[in-house]
Design a protein around this ligand. Structure first.
Ligand code: ARG
Length: 366
């Protein structure tokens, strides 16, 4: 029996990874707290239903580009089993007219050492998304005697989990930014809720973004679940839609992080990095002024790269400025045509979930 699952950070040499699939993807219907998360000027407001089949085919083609690059370099790639996502779902606490997709895996699965945990996502439409990964988890469980297969406490997601009428359409960008700065988000604190992509793993330290998808109760839950880890709440007041940390604050190797220049990590939170001689560099500008059609994310998916080892990084093929910066920072850059997968939830880092990286759990902030 082999060791299949182990990963402590986002930069050690990658050996096995999950890459999502776009099949049957849905633009989900409105539910509590979704309209707060969709940019005000988005063409997707009020729209819902299966995504156009040609965009699904093209998204999958992009993910195949990534699979090929990974496999050519000897990385084992696992894929989820998509469900028919356009089905209504219900629990004793809520009903929703549809699910969403199994993209991106980074939002759902959190790997810490030999444990993969399905997250406590705050979107109702993502409540059953973990099922797409269960066939893989069964396989890891069967083949790796040390694999810990875990599900975080399932949030109930009743109406008590959300602030109602928190935003309306007319709220200004300035007001959104003020709320981010005041850490006043649409979720309440009645239960821990978190998306795995809000958690940045750095050995013994977990940096978790407090924002629209992850609440403070989640930080508390993490600290109790991992008493031997240090859990740091971080937030980025420059982000009007703080959802997932990986287009904002992205480590490339020990000692080096790129930070979205519009969303700098505020001063008291920088101290731990500075005290340990980590360099926080402003990320290069995106090559695009607009995200692709039917995309929720911002143009800053430009910095959502996948580090293969501390010297090698995959960057989206059209993101020439980001590639140039990585090169100057001493990384070997592998371009990958992935932009048409962005509408399904994100870039190269989002579209994947770690299964195995070499290396140990180190203390980078002693
Ligand atoms: N909120 C980010 C932005 O638009 C996108 C993050 C996507 N990441 C993810 N894991 N789905 O800038």
């Amino acid at each position: 029996m082999a060791k299949i699952v182990s990963s402590w950070n986002d930069w050690d040499p990658l050996k096995r990874v999950i890459v999502g699939r776009c099949d049957n993807s849905v633009i989900p219907p409105e539910e509590p707290a979704t309209s707060e998360k969709v940019p005000v000027d988005s063409e997707m407001r009020g729209m819902w239903g299966l995504r156009p089949p040609d965009t699904v085919a093209r998204g999958n083609e992009c993910l195949e580009n990534l699979v090929k690059i990974l496999e050519d370099r000897g990385v084992v790639v696992d894929r989820p089993t998509p469900l028919q996502w356009n089905q209504a779902i219900g629990t004793p606490d809520f009903r929703n007219d549809s699910m969403m997709t199994c993209m991106p895996p980074r939002d759902i699965l959190l790997t810490i050492g030999n444990e993969i945990m399905a997250a406590a996502n705050s979107f109702r439409c993502r409540y059953y998304e973990y099922l797409a990964y269960w066939p893989l988890m069964e396989m890891y469980f069967e083949q790796d005697p040390d694999f810990k297969w875990t599900q975080a406490p399932r949030p109930r997601l009743t109406d008590r989990s959300y602030k109602h009428n928190y935003y309306d359409e007319k709220i200004s960008l300035e007001e959104r930014l003020e709320r981010t700065a005041a850490k006043d988000f649409v979720t309440t604190e009645v239960e821990p809720m978190w998306d795995a992509a809000d958690v940045m793993r750095m050995g013994k330290d977990l940096f978790i973004q407090h924002g629209l998808t992850t609440n403070r109760a989640a930080m508390d839950w993490f600290q109790r679940y991992y008493p031997e880890f240090r859990v740091h709440a971080v937030n980025f007041p420059g982000d009007p839609y703080p959802i997932h940390i990986d287009a904002t604050f992205v480590p490339l190797r020990p000692g080096l992080i790129i930070n979205n220049p519009h969303r700098p990590l505020p001063e008291p939170q920088r101290a731990i990095f500075e005290a340990n001689d980590w360099q926080i560099v402003e990320a290069a500008d995106p090559a695009h002024t607009e995200p692709p059609a039917l995309c929720y994310s911002s143009v800053w998916l430009s910095m959502n790269c996948l580090v293969l080892d501390p010297k090698t990084v995959i960057v989206e093929a059209s993101e020439v400025h980001q590639q140039e910066q990585m090169d100057k920072l001493g990384m070997n850059v592998i371009p990958c045509d992935l932009r048409d997968a962005y509408p399904f939830g994100g870039g190269l880092h989002c579209s994947t979930a770690d299964v195995y990286r070499e290396g140990e759990c180190l203390d980078y902030f002693p």
